[in-house]
Design a binder for this molecule. Structure first.
Ligand code: IMP
Length: 194
């Protein structure tokens, strides 16, 4: 029998990525909305791990079946780790272009060698008995000087990996090296061993 798990998100992009990796392991992944669960807890944690756990616990309390949640964002070293857990609402907006303009502006005059940054993805998995496990993936790069590329989303156009931005990578290329891809594969390995 397939193990049914609820993804604590209704974002179709995330749902597809989780399904691609977990369905071959015999897991059926359904979105929070399709499970009829309407909770949207405040993400009050100061780390990605805490926020993914907050989301997973809120759904587990209602669903009482295996739950997965993720939280992700960008850390820029020269900005002391900003935007960090505020990545989705940096500068008080939810506008990707405004986020990217703000990061570039704040890095004005900062040389290449100090523009290091990383995407981070934390996944929390809660099994049918309520046992929690955490998985972390990181994707290292640096911040460019202008937006480049049309793929991806969020900060991808300003996140440089070598000579190209992560918005210039194909989805397959990005998944192979990305923070979310890495955290997801660690989760898949754990579920596969259970
Ligand atoms: P959340 O994980 O849905 O809370 O989203 C966190 C935010 O981090 C997103 O809105 C994006 O701004 C940013 N982010 C997370 N992962 C990526 C990525 O792979 N590319 C670009 N931006 C990302």
């Amino acid at each position: 029998m397939k193990t049914k798990m609820v993804l604590a998100s209704s974002n179709p992009h995330k749902l597809r990525e989780f399904r691609e990796i977990l369905e071959p392991l015999g897991c059926e992944v359904i979105s929070q909305r399709d499970a009829g669960i309407d909770v949207d807890p405040e993400e009050t944690g100061s780390t990605f791990e805490e926020n993914s756990a907050i989301k997973a616990r809120a759904v587990y309390e209602i669903a009482r079946c295996p739950v997965i949640a993720d939280d992700s964002g960008l850390e820029v070293d020269a900005l002391g780790g900003e935007p960090g857990v505020y990545s989705a609402r940096y500068g008080g907006t939810r506008d990707d272009k405004a986020h990217n303009d703000l990061v570039i502006l704040k890095l004005e005059g900062v040389p290449d060698s100090e523009r290091t940054a990383r995407f981070v993805c934390a996944i929390t998995y809660i099994d049918e008995n309520g046992e929690e496990s955490h998985f972390l993936g990181k994707f290292e790069g640096r911040i460019g000087y202008e937006e480049r590329g049309k793929n991806g989303f969020g900060y991808d156009p300003i996140f440089m990996v070598g000579d190209i931005s992560s918005a210039e990578m194909s989805p397959e290329e990005k998944n192979a090296v990305s923070h979310r891809g890495k955290a997801l594969r660690l989760l898949a390995e754990y579920i596969g061993k259970k």
